[in-house]
Design a protein around this ligand. Structure first.
Ligand SMILES: Cc1ncc(CNC=O)c(N)n1
Length: 231
Protein backbone atom coordinates (compact mmCIF):
# COMPACT_ATOMS: atom_id res chain seq x y z
CA UNK A 1 0.00 0.00 0.00
CA UNK A 2 1.25 3.47 -0.92
CA UNK A 3 0.97 6.75 0.89
CA UNK A 4 1.67 8.23 4.26
CA UNK A 5 2.73 5.96 7.11
CA UNK A 6 0.69 6.03 10.30
CA UNK A 7 2.39 6.98 13.57
CA UNK A 8 2.40 3.32 14.62
CA UNK A 9 4.15 2.34 11.41
CA UNK A 10 6.80 5.01 11.84
CA UNK A 11 7.36 3.96 15.47
CA UNK A 12 7.80 0.34 14.42
CA UNK A 13 10.68 1.15 12.07
CA UNK A 14 12.94 1.73 15.05
CA UNK A 15 11.09 0.14 17.94
CA UNK A 16 14.06 0.35 20.30
CA UNK A 17 14.54 4.09 19.93
CA UNK A 18 10.78 4.53 20.28
CA UNK A 19 10.93 2.63 23.57
CA UNK A 20 14.06 4.37 24.82
CA UNK A 21 12.33 7.70 24.33
CA UNK A 22 9.19 6.45 26.03
CA UNK A 23 11.05 4.86 28.96
CA UNK A 24 13.89 7.39 29.17
CA UNK A 25 13.90 7.74 32.96
CA UNK A 26 14.29 4.07 33.77
CA UNK A 27 16.88 3.67 31.00
CA UNK A 28 18.94 6.51 32.42
CA UNK A 29 18.45 4.99 35.88
CA UNK A 30 20.05 1.77 34.64
CA UNK A 31 22.88 3.31 32.60
CA UNK A 32 23.81 6.26 34.83
CA UNK A 33 23.45 4.59 38.19
CA UNK A 34 25.28 6.10 41.22
CA UNK A 35 27.55 3.03 41.28
CA UNK A 36 28.67 3.72 37.70
CA UNK A 37 28.95 7.44 38.40
CA UNK A 38 31.17 6.65 41.40
CA UNK A 39 33.51 4.61 39.17
CA UNK A 40 33.51 7.47 36.70
CA UNK A 41 34.44 10.11 39.28
CA UNK A 42 36.88 7.88 41.14
CA UNK A 43 34.99 7.82 44.45
CA UNK A 44 33.92 4.19 44.09
CA UNK A 45 33.83 2.14 47.26
CA UNK A 46 36.10 -0.85 46.60
CA UNK A 47 34.04 -3.20 48.73
CA UNK A 48 31.05 -2.38 46.49
CA UNK A 49 33.19 -3.10 43.43
CA UNK A 50 34.22 -6.47 44.85
CA UNK A 51 30.60 -7.30 45.68
CA UNK A 52 29.64 -6.45 42.12
CA UNK A 53 32.51 -8.55 40.73
CA UNK A 54 31.61 -11.69 42.67
CA UNK A 55 27.88 -11.39 42.07
CA UNK A 56 28.34 -10.64 38.38
CA UNK A 57 30.45 -13.75 37.92
CA UNK A 58 27.47 -15.79 39.14
CA UNK A 59 25.11 -13.81 36.92
CA UNK A 60 27.28 -14.29 33.84
CA UNK A 61 27.15 -18.07 34.20
CA UNK A 62 23.33 -17.92 34.11
CA UNK A 63 23.60 -15.45 31.25
CA UNK A 64 25.67 -17.89 29.16
CA UNK A 65 22.83 -20.42 29.44
CA UNK A 66 20.34 -17.74 28.48
CA UNK A 67 22.37 -16.81 25.37
CA UNK A 68 22.49 -20.50 24.41
CA UNK A 69 18.68 -20.57 24.63
CA UNK A 70 18.40 -17.48 22.43
CA UNK A 71 20.67 -19.16 19.90
CA UNK A 72 18.37 -22.19 19.85
CA UNK A 73 15.34 -19.93 19.33
CA UNK A 74 17.14 -18.18 16.44
CA UNK A 75 17.91 -21.52 14.81
CA UNK A 76 14.25 -22.57 15.07
CA UNK A 77 13.08 -19.44 13.26
CA UNK A 78 12.36 -20.73 9.78
CA UNK A 79 13.40 -17.57 7.90
CA UNK A 80 16.86 -16.05 7.41
CA UNK A 81 18.34 -16.39 10.88
CA UNK A 82 21.88 -17.32 9.81
CA UNK A 83 23.09 -13.74 10.32
CA UNK A 84 21.45 -13.51 13.74
CA UNK A 85 23.09 -16.79 14.74
CA UNK A 86 26.54 -15.50 13.78
CA UNK A 87 26.09 -12.42 15.97
CA UNK A 88 24.86 -14.57 18.87
CA UNK A 89 27.72 -17.03 18.47
CA UNK A 90 30.16 -14.12 18.53
CA UNK A 91 28.53 -13.05 21.79
CA UNK A 92 29.00 -16.50 23.25
CA UNK A 93 32.67 -16.55 22.22
CA UNK A 94 33.15 -13.22 24.01
CA UNK A 95 31.48 -14.71 27.10
CA UNK A 96 34.03 -17.50 27.12
CA UNK A 97 36.78 -14.87 27.47
CA UNK A 98 34.68 -13.02 29.98
CA UNK A 99 34.34 -15.96 32.36
CA UNK A 100 38.14 -16.35 32.33
CA UNK A 101 38.54 -12.63 32.86
CA UNK A 102 36.27 -12.74 35.95
CA UNK A 103 38.49 -15.42 37.47
CA UNK A 104 41.64 -13.40 36.81
CA UNK A 105 40.08 -10.18 38.07
CA UNK A 106 38.75 -11.88 41.20
CA UNK A 107 42.20 -13.13 42.13
CA UNK A 108 43.63 -9.65 41.50
CA UNK A 109 41.17 -8.19 44.04
CA UNK A 110 41.36 -11.09 46.48
CA UNK A 111 37.78 -12.16 45.84
CA UNK A 112 37.27 -15.88 46.42
CA UNK A 113 34.73 -16.84 43.74
CA UNK A 114 34.02 -20.27 45.22
CA UNK A 115 32.80 -18.57 48.41
CA UNK A 116 30.32 -16.23 46.73
CA UNK A 117 26.71 -16.77 47.69
CA UNK A 118 24.23 -15.29 45.20
CA UNK A 119 22.23 -12.47 46.77
CA UNK A 120 18.46 -12.38 46.51
CA UNK A 121 18.48 -9.65 43.85
CA UNK A 122 20.90 -11.70 41.76
CA UNK A 123 18.81 -14.85 42.21
CA UNK A 124 15.74 -12.96 41.06
CA UNK A 125 17.51 -11.72 37.96
CA UNK A 126 18.79 -15.23 37.17
CA UNK A 127 15.27 -16.59 37.67
CA UNK A 128 13.97 -13.99 35.23
CA UNK A 129 16.54 -15.17 32.66
CA UNK A 130 15.42 -18.72 33.28
CA UNK A 131 11.80 -17.76 32.60
CA UNK A 132 12.90 -16.39 29.21
CA UNK A 133 14.61 -19.70 28.41
CA UNK A 134 11.21 -21.40 28.29
CA UNK A 135 10.52 -22.63 24.77
CA UNK A 136 7.13 -20.87 24.91
CA UNK A 137 8.89 -17.50 24.98
CA UNK A 138 9.19 -16.11 21.47
CA UNK A 139 12.54 -15.39 19.84
CA UNK A 140 11.58 -11.72 19.33
CA UNK A 141 10.95 -11.31 23.05
CA UNK A 142 14.16 -13.10 24.14
CA UNK A 143 16.40 -11.24 21.68
CA UNK A 144 14.96 -7.91 22.87
CA UNK A 145 15.84 -8.79 26.47
CA UNK A 146 19.27 -9.94 25.31
CA UNK A 147 19.98 -6.66 23.56
CA UNK A 148 18.87 -4.70 26.64
CA UNK A 149 21.12 -6.68 29.00
CA UNK A 150 24.17 -6.06 26.82
CA UNK A 151 23.29 -2.43 26.04
CA UNK A 152 23.02 -1.43 29.71
CA UNK A 153 26.59 -2.59 30.40
CA UNK A 154 27.90 -1.09 27.18
CA UNK A 155 26.38 2.34 27.87
CA UNK A 156 27.29 2.29 31.55
CA UNK A 157 30.95 1.37 31.18
CA UNK A 158 31.54 3.44 28.04
CA UNK A 159 30.40 6.42 30.13
CA UNK A 160 33.33 5.76 32.51
CA UNK A 161 35.85 5.94 29.65
CA UNK A 162 34.81 9.29 28.21
CA UNK A 163 37.21 12.22 28.07
CA UNK A 164 37.74 13.99 31.35
CA UNK A 165 36.58 11.21 33.68
CA UNK A 166 38.38 10.10 36.84
CA UNK A 167 37.97 6.35 36.52
CA UNK A 168 40.70 4.72 38.65
CA UNK A 169 43.45 3.11 36.58
CA UNK A 170 42.88 -0.33 38.04
CA UNK A 171 39.19 -0.24 37.05
CA UNK A 172 39.78 0.90 33.50
CA UNK A 173 40.24 -2.64 32.24
CA UNK A 174 36.81 -3.54 33.64
CA UNK A 175 35.27 -0.54 31.89
CA UNK A 176 37.08 -1.46 28.66
CA UNK A 177 35.57 -4.93 28.74
CA UNK A 178 32.07 -3.57 28.05
CA UNK A 179 32.90 -0.01 27.04
CA UNK A 180 35.20 -0.77 24.10
CA UNK A 181 34.20 0.06 20.53
CA UNK A 182 33.97 -3.58 19.46
CA UNK A 183 31.39 -4.26 22.16
CA UNK A 184 29.59 -1.11 21.05
CA UNK A 185 29.47 -2.45 17.48
CA UNK A 186 28.18 -5.77 18.71
CA UNK A 187 25.37 -4.04 20.66
CA UNK A 188 24.55 -2.06 17.54
CA UNK A 189 24.25 -5.29 15.53
CA UNK A 190 21.93 -6.71 18.17
CA UNK A 191 19.84 -3.55 18.08
CA UNK A 192 19.48 -3.84 14.31
CA UNK A 193 18.42 -7.46 14.62
CA UNK A 194 15.75 -6.49 17.16
CA UNK A 195 14.47 -3.56 15.11
CA UNK A 196 14.33 -5.64 11.96
CA UNK A 197 12.45 -8.47 13.69
CA UNK A 198 10.00 -6.26 15.55
CA UNK A 199 9.06 -4.38 12.41
CA UNK A 200 7.36 -7.58 11.26
CA UNK A 201 6.17 -8.81 14.65
CA UNK A 202 2.57 -8.97 15.85
CA UNK A 203 1.26 -6.33 18.25
CA UNK A 204 1.08 -8.96 20.95
CA UNK A 205 4.75 -9.91 20.57
CA UNK A 206 5.78 -6.26 20.48
CA UNK A 207 3.95 -5.72 23.77
CA UNK A 208 5.66 -8.76 25.32
CA UNK A 209 9.05 -7.53 24.12
CA UNK A 210 8.43 -4.12 25.69
CA UNK A 211 7.51 -5.75 28.99
CA UNK A 212 10.71 -7.85 28.82
CA UNK A 213 12.78 -4.73 28.13
CA UNK A 214 11.30 -2.96 31.17
CA UNK A 215 11.93 -6.01 33.35
CA UNK A 216 15.59 -6.07 32.29
CA UNK A 217 15.99 -2.38 33.12
CA UNK A 218 14.44 -2.88 36.56
CA UNK A 219 16.65 -5.89 37.28
CA UNK A 220 19.74 -3.95 36.17
CA UNK A 221 18.92 -1.05 38.52
CA UNK A 222 18.38 -3.55 41.36
CA UNK A 223 21.69 -5.25 40.52
CA UNK A 224 23.62 -1.98 40.80
CA UNK A 225 21.77 -1.18 44.04
CA UNK A 226 22.71 -4.58 45.42
CA UNK A 227 26.36 -3.97 44.58
CA UNK A 228 26.28 -0.71 46.55
CA UNK A 229 24.99 -2.61 49.55
CA UNK A 230 21.35 -1.65 49.15
CA UNK A 231 18.85 -4.53 49.22
C1 LIG B 1 23.97 -7.81 35.60
C2 LIG B 1 24.66 -7.81 34.27
N1 LIG B 1 24.05 -7.28 33.21
C3 LIG B 1 24.66 -7.28 32.00
C4 LIG B 1 25.91 -7.84 31.83
C5 LIG B 1 26.58 -7.77 30.49
N2 LIG B 1 26.51 -8.99 29.77
C6 LIG B 1 27.48 -9.91 29.84
O1 LIG B 1 28.48 -9.83 30.49
C7 LIG B 1 26.52 -8.39 32.96
N3 LIG B 1 27.75 -8.93 32.93
N4 LIG B 1 25.87 -8.34 34.17
Amino acid sequence: MEGKKTREEVEKINMIDTWLTKHRLIYVGATRHPFILSIRDGTVDLSSFKTWLGQDYIFVRAFVSFVASVLIKAWKESDDSAGDMEVLLGGMAALNDEVQWFKKEASKWGVQLSDIVPQKTNQEYCRFLESLMNSEVKYNVAITAFWAIEAVYQESFAHCLEEGTNTPLDLQETCQRWGNDGFGQYCHSLKQIVNRRLEKASDDEIKQAEVALLSVLEHEVDFWNMSCGGA
